[in-house]
Every structure is written in C-alpha cells, then in structure tokens.
Design a protein around this ligand. Structure first.
Ligand code: DX5
Ligand code: ZN
Length: 214
C-alpha cells in the first residue's frame, strides 16, 4: 500500500492545526515534518517547540525529516516530542550506525535520506538496520523545486537492495509525475506544494490516493 506524507512546509504556518486536520480528514495517515537548521541546508524551517505542540493535533504517524548537522544531539528530544519516524541524512552523519542505534533505542523507526548526488551504494552496509530509506528527489532546503528524474533509477536500486523496505521519496512530486515514482517502487510519497497549493488540500489528497489505487 502506498501512502502520502504531506509536508507542512507548504502549509499555512499561521494555521497549521487546521491545515493538518483537513488533510487527515481527507484520509492522510502520515505527516512529514521538515526540520532545517540553516547549516546542513541553506534554509531554516521550524524545530522542536513546533513539533511538540503539533503532536496533540496529529493523529497519524509523525515522520520527522532532520536536515541538520549533528542529528545525534537532537534525537532524544524529538522522540520524546512524539516523532514516530526519524530520518537523518547520510551526508550529515559521520558515525551512521551509532545514529541509527540511537534513534531505535529511543523508540522511533529509523531512516536514512540520501541527496540526489549521493549513490544508493552508500547504503549497502547500513540497510539491514533501517526501517526506511528516503530518496531525495530535489536538493534539500526548499519546497516547490523541480523533481530530478535521475531519482527514478535510484528508487529501483533501493528496491533491488532491499525489496521489503519502506521507500520514501521527497521533493518535486505532483499529481502529474507521481505514477512513475510509485511504479519505480516508492511507497511513501512526500508532497508539499502539490498538496497545500491554493487551499485545495483535501481534493489534492484524494487525487493522490486515486492514483495510488489505480
Ligand atoms: C525539501 C523538503 C521537502 C519539501 C517538499 O527539502 O525535504 O519535504 O517540503 O516540498 P515540495 O513537495 O514542494 O517539493
Ligand atoms: Zn522532507
């Protein structure tokens, strides 16, 4: 079963609670929360206080994407705040096994993200310890960027490496290109702009699920 994980980066920050309720009412089971530190990526989004206060308003799975350097420093706090999945970047971790272990001992599911220019082969020795792989289909830092099509090949490579693992894809996904992304093997689709654009989030969620079910 393929699921949608709307990224609240594209929601109305003055109205997050309602924006989340709308997409959950439309059937969403995952919420994707993009934490950016202005260091690992050239942008700052939101952090722990926002995630803590949203926990009470998110019924589904809280999928926290840490685009930060030194993620180990924050893992305990984010799991205490209620993160169900924590994704760290391969490019940000010097001791990746240790970081993954830390996520798991704190009770969350562990995932590793790879940037568009990072090959899937870097995952070979860590994949058995992971619950999910996040294949970035844009360079992280901003919503609304264009999907990098080389990603499709990488999704297939992750599937070959670990046929049963959850494969999340993030960046530039729209109702127009999502079918080829799921056909390549993605089963968790992150979408920000194409969900929250123009106040049509419920309709957009339903349209994504129609495509998944076809
Ligand atoms: C990019 C973030 C994404 C982003 C996706 O750095 O990780 O989750 O919000 O936004 P869209 O769907 O607009 O590309
Ligand atoms: Zn993300």
């Amino acid at each position: 079963m393929t699921h949608l994980a709307p990224s609240i980066l594209a929601a109305d920050f003055s109205n997050l609670r309602d924006d989340i309720k709308k997409v959950e009412d439309a059937g969403v089971k995952y919420m994707h929360l993009d934490v950016m530190d202005g260091h690992f990526v050239p942008n700052i989004s939101f952090g722990l206080p926002v995630i803590k206060s949203l926990r009470a308003h998110i019924k589904g799975i809280m999928d926290v994407h840490l685009m930060v350097t030194n993620p180990d420093h924050y893992i305990k706090e984010y799991t205490n705040a209620g993160a169900d999945i924590i994704t760290v970047h391969y490019e940000a971790c010097i001791h990746l096994n240790r970081t993954i272990e830390l996520i798991k001992t704190n009770g969350a599911k562990a995932a590793v993200a790879i940037n568009p220019a990072t090959p899937v082969s870097v995952l070979v020795d860590i994949i058995d310890y992971l619950d999910m792989v996040l294949v970035m289909s844009v360079n992280p830092g901003f919503g609304g960027q264009k999907f990098i099509s080389n990603t499709l090949k990488k999704i297939r490579q992750v599937k070959e490496l670990a046929p049963n693992i959850l494969v999340e894809v993030d960046g530039g996904i729209t109702l127009m290109n999502v079918k080829e992304i799921t056909q390549a093997g993605a089963n968790l689709i992150v979408a920000g702009s194409s969900v929250f654009e123009e106040g049509r989030s419920q309709e957009n969620v339903k349209n994504f699920y129609h495509i998944f079910e076809r």
